[in-house]
Design a binder for this molecule. Structure first.
Ligand code: ASP
Length: 606
């Protein structure tokens, strides 16, 4: 090895030892006869002192060195002189006095500094020079945390009898609600593989094959629009078990998640254990989403009964039409605000509500003193008694702001979901160190797709209905609940799975419901239907979004921060310029001709 110690491990006890280190110049201070270099490697930073008198050659090389040069340094470890100890560095009690210093490789001046944890570095620049960005201590911590998470999972599942099995990347469509990435086959012209959106079918095949407990750290591919927590390729912890019920899968995964968080991120606090369970319909009614952030309350409470009897025509008419009236009570938000300030705050909230389809947002502000006046445009429509009823139902306190949402149910959900995180951020309730896990269960099997006039599976087509709801598939598919379970943390779905259908006749019943002809289904999924005739055990599973899990533990808002080489917003690798045009001859070999849309400018000149 070109080093005998790492830069992060030297301590007072090493004083007197002669060591060799190798790493990058993190920072350099030239004081003439003395040059100080902070030398950095993956394990940390240590101060190197180069004295012209005691090491003239070393000093000469050190004066040529610049930031990010690669050096090899040998010298003696000593306790730092009085007054120069650096408590910020783990190695801050010592320094290495160099007797030899070699420049192993110089570096151009980097486009940004690795020695500052600067969140303002231009994103494109970071991605273009990702190899430099990944040198930053913050990024190294993130990537190493990811390694620890995956290692913990592997060890834990191995100890619990699971086998890790790789499934193919070149495969057939495995629908999970996104577009497939297609790969043309050269050997079979005109045919294409689809990259797996998940190993769903293959893991079910492994259950048919008798492996009983499977997992895989699996790369999945989904061609959809990118968001902060989405990438076209991402990593799942994929898992499947035979002879289990939903409770078994949930228990195992909750235990694993809790143990993993405690082992790899002990500074994080899990808000509630065991994780609370929320029915899908309650999640929608109270939080407006099936992945609620329950670090804070701010639930929407149904007050239709009181509002329907008020004097406010909008509420009365809506309630008569079956549209709910709900209130989010925002503790202390009205506080001491003047009338003008209140109008400004509520106008902002109303704009947020309107952005997701609401016609308006009514409000009532409670005074901070019992004797004060209730403010807000709709206060006058409620009698004193109705107001008292309302405040009682909402457990309102002085200084609260009450936000009234009333519309078609879907819009009420959207407004609730838009306002809650915004309010929580305003009130400073988004604590990154708190992990609020919950399970959401009893999802509907299908969601109605208005555009295509058909049912879409709310998870995927292999989800088993809850046993008591199977008869509903014939009479009222929209009311049937699936055996799906989602694990949610701080408003992100971190895992989702279900018990699967394991009988051919039931599986065949699903296809026409979701608009697939039997012919097409057989073409796409014939292998599953066939396998289902050879003794399939009852089985179920789950998949975690590993990138999301790691991002939450790292306190990062975007999964790009925990993926070594992520894609940009347009699905590009900015460093290597992918996707790129094929090499000459490649398309011919595949018998593919491009038929690209004409660029606008070109079109005008045609
Ligand atoms: N295949 C599912 C997904 O990717 C997970 C599962 O049902 O196990 O979301």
């Amino acid at each position: 090895m070109l080093k005998t110690y790492t830069c992060g491990e030297l301590r007072a006890e090493h004083a007197g030892q002669h060591v060799t280190l190798a790493g990058w110049v993190h920072r350099r201070r030239d004081q003439g006869g003395l040059i100080f270099i902070d030398l950095r490697d993956r394990w940390g930073i240590v101060q190197v002192v180069v004295d012209q008198e005691s090491g003239p050659d070393a000093h000469n090389n050190a004066s040529n060195a610049r930031n990010e040069y690669v050096l090899q340094v040998s010298g003696k470890v000593r306790i730092r002189p009085e007054g120069t100890l650096n408590p910020e560095l783990e190695t801050g009690d010592v320094e290495v006095v160099a007797d030899s210093l070699q420049i192993l490789n110089p570096s151009k001046t980097p486009p940004f500094y690795m020695n500052r944890d600067d969140t303002s570095i231009d994103e494109v620049l970071r991605m273009r020079h990702r190899y430099l960005d990944l040198r930053r201590p913050q990024m190294q911590q993130n990537i190493i945390l990811r390694h620890r998470v995956i290692k913990f999972i592997r060890d834990y599942l191995d100890e619990n009898g699971f086998v890790e099995i790789e499934t193919p990347i070149l495969f057939k469509t495995t629908p999970e609600g996104a577009r497939d990435f297609l790969v043309p086959s050269r050997l079979q012209p005109g045919k294409f593989y689809a990259l797996p959106q998940s190993p769903q079918q293959l893991k079910q095949m492994l259950m048919v094959a008798g492996y009983e407990k499977y997992f895989q750290i699996a790369r999945c591919f989904r061609d959809e629009d990118l968001r902060g927590d989405r990438q076209p390729e991402f990593t799942q912890l994929d898992m499947e078990m035979s002879f289990v019920e939903r409770e078994d899968v949930m228990q195992l995964n909750e235990t694993l998640m809790r143990a993993m968080v405690k082992a790899v991120a002990p500074d994080k606090q899990i808000m509630q254990e065991p994780f609370p369970r929320i029915l899908y319909k309650d999640a929608m009614e109270q939080y407006g989403t099936d992945r609620p952030d329950i670090r804070y309350d701010l639930r929407a409470i149904d007050i239709s009964e009181i509002a329907g009897k008020s004097g406010f025509p909008v509420f009365v008419n809506n309630v008569a039409d079956g549209k709910p009236v709900k209130v989010i009570r925002v503790p202390g938000m009205a506080g001491e605000l003047s009338g003008t300030q209140l109008r400004k705050v509520t106008a902002e909230l109303e704009a947020k509500a309107k952005a997701v389809g609401a016609k308006g947002l009514a409000w009532i502000a409670l005074p901070t003193e019992e004797t004060g006046e209730v403010k807000g445009p709709i206060g006058k429509f409620f009698t004193v008694e109705q107001k008292l009823d309302l405040f009682d139902k909402l457990q309102a306190e002085p200084g609260d702001l009450l936000l009234f949402i009333s519309d078609a149910r879907e819009i009420v959900y959207a407004v609730t979901d838009a306002l809650r995180p915004y309010l929580a951020a305003e009130l400073g309730l988004l604590d990154k160190n708190l992990l609020a896990y919950c399970w959401v269960i009893d999802f509907p099997m299908f969601m109605w797709d208005e555009e295509n006039q058909r049912w879409d599976p709310s998870q995927h087509m292999f989800t088993m209905p809850l046993p008591e709801d199977v008869p509903l598939l014939d009479s009222e598919p929209g009311a049937a609940r699936g055996s799906q379970y989602d694990m949610v943390c701080n408003g992100h779905e971190v895992a989702g799975g279900s018990i699967r259908i394991h009988k051919r006749d039931l599986q065949e019943k699903i296809f026409p419901l979701i608009g697939q002809t039997m012919e097409h289904a057989k073409e796409q999924f014939g292998h599953i239907l066939e396998a289902f005739e050879y003794g399939v055990p009852p089985h179920g599973g789950i998949a975690w979004g590993v990138d999301r899990v790691v991002a939450l533990l790292a306190g990062e808002p975007n999964i790009r921060e925990v993926i070594a080489f992520p894609k940009s917003q347009t699905g590009a690798d900015v460093m290597a310029h992918a996707p790129s045009e094929p090499e000459p001859g490649q398309l011919e070999e595949l018998h593919i001709k491009l038929d690209l849309p004409v660029e606008e400018e070109e079109a005008q000149t045609l």
